[in-house]
Design a protein around this ligand. Structure first.
Ligand code: FAD
Length: 385
């Protein structure tokens, strides 16, 4: 890792979920870090806002994520100790569907490959244990204890504070318009006209990554996703919706997008959303208004699963997934520029990994390799670059 004469060792573009953890990890390891964010800190225009994110271990998407998750949990705990705020709440997690559903099969596969403690509950046991739920008779639930909630705004704030405390220079309202790299340095152009130079560059630009990495031709698609907060029904027993009696959950029912949600965490209401909308968007022109049809579709699904939570919709917020074709991440060194590291394409399930992605990015910048298993995320796997 060469610092050269530049004022910074590394520039990180994007200070959302991934970028905030990357600047923290890089600064903690003694690098002179500059971070550039186009909006203000903790903005709600990207992919990391909305008060809560699920973290879980028995990962239905692929067992290869489990070692990363183990490290992510440790790093979130470290960050929480360094911060005065709660970042994580353990609620347990419930993956519900028919025995042959991709969600249940994938969760059990990961649990068995990695010997993760879990319980399988049939519909009767589910209702007894979590009385607010209404499983269909042919559904089962896989329960795992370590799953819970991350509070994304608090996580990002804590990571930015660690970075700043270790000397990182973080600039907000500073859109990057382009970058270049040669054998000696990287240069980053800001909309203000100024140019920053450093030995290394990290691109954590979320839904905007496709533009900054146009030379890679990554097949990224931005999907609009809306989260909703519902008031419990009048007369509902709120205690049954609180974390002691209701874990975070994902529900996989045939013919519907997966529904996921949270217990009642605060007076904002019960949050629930569909995992996919099938609506693709451009981050610059994303439709942020939410219409009644969208609210009603989620409320109908919630009514069938958690009827007491399906009251008035208190708020909705649009957010973006940055999807790869296989829905696995893109993390690694830029194939044409050794000095550039890329972390994008988190495909709607990345937040829980931000802490370990920060560590991986720091490994790749400083050591050019990482001990973490990231072959699933190979930058060149789609062939375009
Ligand atoms: C509704 C919703 C629910 C989700 N639920 C979960 C969940 O329960 N669990 C989970 O693990 N994951 C979940 N995810 C996914 C997770 O939140 C994302 O994968 C993760 O937040 C992506 O982080 P990021 O850093 O890539 O993007 P962002 O946090 O959006 O950060 C990218 C940043 O780069 C900045 N930027 C872009 N271009 C430039 C530029 N040119 N110059 C300067 N700055 C720039 C942007 O402004 C932004 O701040 C969810 C996502 C959504 C939308």
């Amino acid at each position: 890792m060469a610092g050269g004469n530049a004022a910074h060792d590394v520039i990180v573009i994007g200070l959302g979920g991934m970028g905030s953890c990357a600047v923290a990890a890089l600064a903690r390891r003694g690098l002179r870090v500059a971070g550039c964010e186009q909006f203000h800190a903790l903005h709600d225009r990207g992919s990391s806002h909305g008060r809560s994110r699920i973290i879980r271990l028995a990962y239905f998407e692929h067992p290869s994520y489990v070692p990363l998750l183990r490290r992510a949990y440790e790093l979130w705990a470290d960050l929480e100790s360094a911060s005065s705020r709660r970042l994580y709440l353990k609620t347990g997690g419930l993956m519900v569907g028919r025995e042959d559903s991709p969600l249940v099969c994938g969760t059990l596969h990961s649990a068995r490959v990695h010997d993760l403690p879990h319980e399988i509950l049939d519909a009767t046991a589910l209702r007894r244990r979590f009385p607010a739920t209404r499983p269909f008779p042919d559904e089962v639930g896989v329960f795992e204890e370590p799953a819970g909630v991350l509070f994304p705004e608090a996580c990002i704030e804590a990571a930015l504070a660690v970075a700043a405390a270790h000397g990182a220079q973080l600039t907000f309202s500073a859109p990057v318009t382009g970058w270049s790299a040669d054998d000696h340095a990287v240069r980053v152009r800001l909309a203000s006209g100024s140019v920053l130079e450093a030995a290394h560059l990290v691109v954590c630009a979320g839904a905007w990554a496709g533009r900054l990495l146009a030379d890679l031709g990554l097949p990224l698609r931005v999907e609009r996703n809306v989260m909703h907060w519902f008031a419990p029904l009048a007369g509902a027993d709120h205690a049954l919706l609180e974390p002691a009696r209701l874990p975070v959950y994902i529900l996989d029912r045939p013919g519907r997008p997966m529904l996921y949600g949270f217990p009642l965490l605060d007076d904002a209401g019960v949050k629930a959303a569909f995992h996919h909308s099938g609506l693709y968007a451009d981050p610059e022109t994303l439709e942020r208004r939410v219409d009644e049809t969208e609210v009603n579709a989620v409320r109908d699904a919630l009514r069938a699963w958690l009827p007491d939570a399906a009251g008035e919709c208190l708020a909705s917020s649009a957010c973006m997934y940055t999807l790869t074709p296989d829905e696995h991440f893109v993390i690694g060194r830029h194939p044409h520029h050794d000095r550039v590291v890329v972390a994008c394409g988190f495909s709607g399930h990345g937040f829980k990994f931000c802490s370990v992605v920060g560590e991986i990015v720091a490994d790749l910048v400083i050591d050019t390799v990482t001990r973490h298993p990231i072959s699933l995320f190979d930058v060149g796997r789609f062939g375009a670059c």
